[in-house]
Write a protein that binds this ligand. Structure first.
Ligand code: OAD
Length: 233
């Protein structure tokens, strides 16, 4: 599979962390840890009920201490370390399992649980403790810190860099994402237009499966190490 491949872009979603014990967003009941996404993941929800939204992300942040990277995160980190060409892992996940596995060439397009964002000045700071509403920003001193999560209706991070990488990609791989949320769901089409090969690894066919040249179905903990072995030859 690695003939003629130099530049790789890998998109990951909640499915890559499922086998580490973190819930995906669109389970059979359509709830995320018992909440409708629109009750905890929109600017309106934050304005309406900051206590609920902050507590929800506090619980998700605390949960990180109970989970560990699985073989899929580890295989991507090994690929990152060994791959001589360009490589970019773009994750929609707000957990830190890719970096704990050792991945370096990584972007969190939907934000991070272990970061707090000042709604007044835009400064982001590392945050591992609970984050009560009205916590004070160390930059501007305003009591406006919120979870550094990209809510629905907000612009994902690093889009220019991601777009540039997609336009140069020889291979685009999507792992463990339902393809339900744009702009990430459209990356496959950008990569195809640029002439990249496209591969999807997922437990079930996703909403965007038809756009991929190849879809492999199964658990990420098996499919990702297999793909990395193929790439590293
Ligand atoms: P979803 O919950 O929508 O989709 C998870 C996908 O992972 C599904 O297609 C599952 O079939 C697949 N899956 C589950 N277990 C798997 C496993 N062991 N191996 C491989 N695949 C598995 O999660 P995302 O697509 O990541 O946004 O959701 C996208 C965005 O929607 C999230 O980033 C979040 C949410 O609203 C924000 O928080 C801004």
């Amino acid at each position: 599979m690695n003939a003629d491949i130099n530049n790789i872009v890998i998109l990951t979603g909640a499915g890559i962390s499922a086998e580490s014990g973190l819930a995906t967003f669109r389970g059979p009941d359509g709830l995320w840890e018992g909440h409708r996404v629109e009750d905890v993941c929109t600017p309106e929800a934050l304005a309406r009920n900051p206590v609920l939204v902050h507590r929800f992300y506090d619980e998700r942040r605390a949960r990180l201490a109970e989970v560990a990277p699985n073989p899929a995160h580890q295989a991507l980190a090994a690929l990152d370390a060994a791959w001589g060409g360009d490589l970019l892992i773009v994750t929609q996940n707000v957990d830190d399992l890719h970096e704990r596995a050792g991945a370096q060439r990584l972007l969190h397009m939907h934000g991070e649980l272990q970061s707090a964002l000042c709604a007044a000045c835009g400064k982001a700071e590392a945050w591992t403790a609970p984050l009560p509403p009205a916590s004070v920003c160390t930059g501007c001193g305003q009591p406006r810190l919120r979870p550094d999560i990209v809510f629905f209706g907000e612009m994902p991070y690093d889009m220019e860099r991601i777009d540039a990488a997609l336009c140069r990609a020889d291979l685009f791989v999507s792992i463990g994402t339902s393809g339900a949320v744009y702009p990430a769901a459209g990356f496959v089409q950008t990569a195809r237009h640029a002439g990249a090969r496209t591969l999807e690894l997922n437990l079930d066919p996703s909403a965007g499966s038809a756009y991929f040249e190849e879809t492999r179905l199964g658990p990420a903990s098996e499919l990702v190490p297999e793909m990395v072995r193929e790439l590293l030859g």
